[in-house]
Design a protein around this ligand. Sequence first.
Ligand SMILES: [Zn+2]
Length: 645
Amino acid sequence: MGIKVVPLGAGQDVGRSCVIVSIGNKNIMFDCGMHMGYHDERRFPDFSFISKTKQFTKTLDCIIITHFHLDHCGALPYFTEMCGYDGPIYMTLPTKAIVPILLEDYRKISVDRKGETNFFTPQMIKDCMKKVIPIALHQTIKVDDELSIKAYYAGHVLGAAMFYAKVGEESVVYTGDYNMTPDRHLGSAWIDQVRPNLLITETTYATTIRDSKRGRERDFLKRVHECVEKGGKVLIPVFALGRVQELCILIDSYWEQMNLNVPIYFSEGLAEKANFYYKLFITWTNQKIKQTFVKRNMFDFKHIKPFDRHLADAPGPMVLFATPGMLHAGASLEVFKKWAPNELNMTIIPGYCVVGTVGNKLLSNAGGPQMVEIDKKTTLEVKCKIHNLSFSAHADAKGIMQLIKMSQPKNVLLVHGEKEKMRYLSDKISKDFGVPCYFPANGVTVNIESSKLIPIDISSKLLKRQILEYSQANSKQFEDQQQQQQTHQQQQKQDNSDENINNLDPDEQPFKKIRSPITQLPIQGILVAKDYQNLKLLDPSEASSELSINNINLNYILNYKIQTNNKSTTTSAMDGLEILQDRITELLPHDQINRINQSQLVIKNQVVIQFDKVQQQFTIRWSNHHEQLFSDIYKLLEKQFGEQL
Ligand SMILES: [Zn+2]
């Protein structure tokens, strides 16, 4: 076996998450995302890497989608309906409910507004979603006889999950996006100590240790408040679902508290749909929301009203939440174009923006007025203030280290981050945890060595027999040791006759030393493999009946002649047989060695040794069932009389 990983997207990059993992002969696609920064074929992962002949269903065993963000699921209908993948797709129930809404929204922007072609249709989204199998948190699903998957809570956004996939004894955890600190509406990620062979983690904030959440929230509210007080307009580009629900809770209660009446708007009808799903999947939110929900629905906002396009030109201060979050299209970009030239206004980007989006361009030189290219035809002079407040729920460096500690992986692989930050974090992980850490680019394969341990069932008959034989063989050694010890202690007793025996070291006290339990035992049996999952070590008699074959008895005879130049050993009064008997006595208890007559010795009633004095030759007879005993005796023979030529 062994594990192979190749990112088709999110390798040393953020966006277009798609990681192909092979565990043994099973191939899993984790996430099937699109890249917000591209409008050509690069927006989707390069699926030809999986199969040049489009044999996707045959090659992949399943697809797992971690959460509804488009950079994790945006390419799914394209892959299933246009590339032809027809196998199982797994995601949580909230993800399954929300994904089609976001896909349709994205399709509308790309096709209806921008006129893009070669795109999936509304029907394709529906057909694709029909193939999805929902998985509950902590539920284990057997994809087939060998591959099983389990979902864990990831925080991040409603319905987000991390996934544990196992084949035989090898396993992988893929995090998707997650956060290790709870927020206003979701809990923090959690996983069992599953000790996977490989943990694949996101690294969006690999080098950041974010200041306290409260500090960031205060900063956010202060900036918004100051701006509207001076008559400015605040634009907050957001994803329709996720952080925005948290920010709405935050700003709505602040407005209430401060008794403010500056209007707050939320663009598009998506807000209502989003809030509907939060209510529907309330069990996925954090404890506090669940509790207050009884008294007041946290997602029914008092101060936030739906936005109408003409309001963008209305005079006076206002706050607007508008999608999409990276300012690459849609309402947020339209409004930004109108508001950006006025220095009274402000744009707060509460998340991460991928390279190629307007949001990313704004953040990469947030030092005052700037000329920003909106598209090939439009350049905009930006005079409004630009702020980035990291509210997006990703694990920071501390959180990533926490997850490693929690899950105890043997290897770590970083995706969904920037190369330089990954390099830094990778060094830190290798140093702190002593495990190998990788961060491959897209299309680069990483091979993880498999663990060499293969579990084997052992028959109780074989085990009992071997324990018995082992203890018999060792009781001789043990008795000798005990005898030596007693003699030694008796001597000591005489030497220290004045002293009380109890003053001696406890280990030295007579008869205290008990026989140590058997912790390691060499076992010899027959390994029967019916399939990979089911290996059994059996007693030879069991193996033959298990496999319905006849038990064959083979008898062997071996002649061993003492070399003439080795006469020295036999010139004494003892002959060869006596010498060998002595040696065997060191190995086995007396009652297992039977001297039949002058020239014949029988060991354990199983191996017969004869000695011809004239020829100076041993003749040994044994059967194939007593190979080990014979080989032990033969070793003694060689040790005593030299190797046979
Ligand atoms: Zn996400």
